[in-house]
Design a binder for this molecule. Sequence first.
Ligand code: BES
Ligand code: MN
Ligand code: ZN
Length: 509
Amino acid sequence: MKTELVSAPLSGMAVDLLAICAVDDQTSKDKNALPQPVLLTADAAVQAAAASVLASGEFKAGANETLLLHAPAGLSARRLLIVGLGKRAKATPHSVRAAAGTAVRFCKPRTLRNLAFTLPTGLDAFAAARAAAEGVLLADFDPDTYRSDRKDQGLHAATLVTVADSLATAQSGFQEGIVLAEAQNFARVQVNEPPNVLTPTVLGQRAAQMAQAVGLKWEVYSSEKLHELKMGAFWSVAKGSEEPPALIVLTYEPEGYNAATYNGPVVGLVGKGITFDTGGISIKPADGMEKMKYDMAGAAAMLGAMQAIAGLKPRVKVICVVCSAENMPDGKAYKPGDIATSMPDGTKPGKSIEIINTDAEGRLVLADGLTYARQLGCTHLIDAATLTGACVVALGMVNAGAFSNDDATFRQFEAAYEKTGEKFWRLPLGDEYFDLIRSDIADIKNTGGRWGGAVTAAEFLKVFVADTPWIHLDIAGMAWIEDSRPSIAKGPSGVAVRTIAEWVRTFAV
Ligand code: BES
Ligand code: MN
Ligand code: ZN
């Protein structure tokens, strides 16, 4: 799909569909007050074309509500689509992202190939253009890659249209939006792959390919490196599969970086890359097990964030560590009762971990990933993982869980997700939770019982970050969209890519 931003009269846009945003201007609290839909454009031709239908009261400008006019009078466009943003007071760039997505997903099943989307007046031009670019690209993604009857419904061109005054500002927002959404779609493509295609080795190859393409340094290791680094926790999980694990390290160095003189922060991105989670010997029930191909969504989020960072070029060093393996039951698989020993932490020996449940594998691979990231010099850490069903129970599929050992770092994260519109909810940590993962025989155990499972998992990870400021994202409920929405297809969401990239930017020196 070709995407561009132009400033041009709307009446001359000779496209299959011209989309325009509307808000409800009704401010009365009276329940019987009629909606007052208003188009967010100063264009007289579009206003005239829509006047009678707006006056009819048939369209209320609710969020993502659409109204279609064929052969609109006085316009070159073959169709005019009005997309609601909801109440004016609640309309934000996040509503624009959804509206742009809704316009794209309106076109796709109708095989309309050319879309022009009008950037609404009255909102920040940079943020609106960025959000619209994201909305368009994110909506163009469909997960039906392997259908032999897949119809080519892709858009050929999406043009964002703005007014001349805003063009320069909108252009920079537009470019950021493209970088961020392409990175998020990269993550979605990987998460969507079936587990027989996307093994840890293949994830390593795709990471390397991407890194090469965007100019990141990359290293991909396997079993030998795990042994060399004494990554006993990661290896416990990996050893039950015929598929070798992958330890993926991508590095972003800002322009003019000099290892000898750099004294800025080094941000570490650590991802859980379980390409299939059977549960291992503590095997999962058959029902829904196919979904566990998305257990590498944390890894995909980090790789996507690295792609975005390479495009946005913040002045801060970033290291991404992905721990990828399959969690399988096998003659060589780890067992409940086993003791695994995590990677040594400098001169300190690794932690002994009593395995209670082999299905709590994510925290084991991350334990070594977090330790390794610190060893590579990271001063700040973030991890993302489809870590616990308990987090899904707690927050549903609306918010991802977020944890932090440092309030200032978390505030930077809050600022980031307010910009991207992704939803995270902070959950607590605390010594009382840590008590639940104490073991009689080892330093810690890998599960903390039934209650507070998202928190005990986070407490487990916290052992391996030591004093480093850290954020943990449990994206188990958010990595896969169960039902299609007007603006986005069901399937892999690519959650957290944009927010992690945005958070990294807050460290730029
Ligand atoms: N990958 C799962 C968590 C998960 C559950 C992701 C549902 C997405 C949807 C993780 O490895 C797991 O199995 N966690 C266990 C931990 C338990 C054994 C302590 C869980 O949540 O049941
Ligand atoms: Mn598991
Ligand atoms: Zn898992």
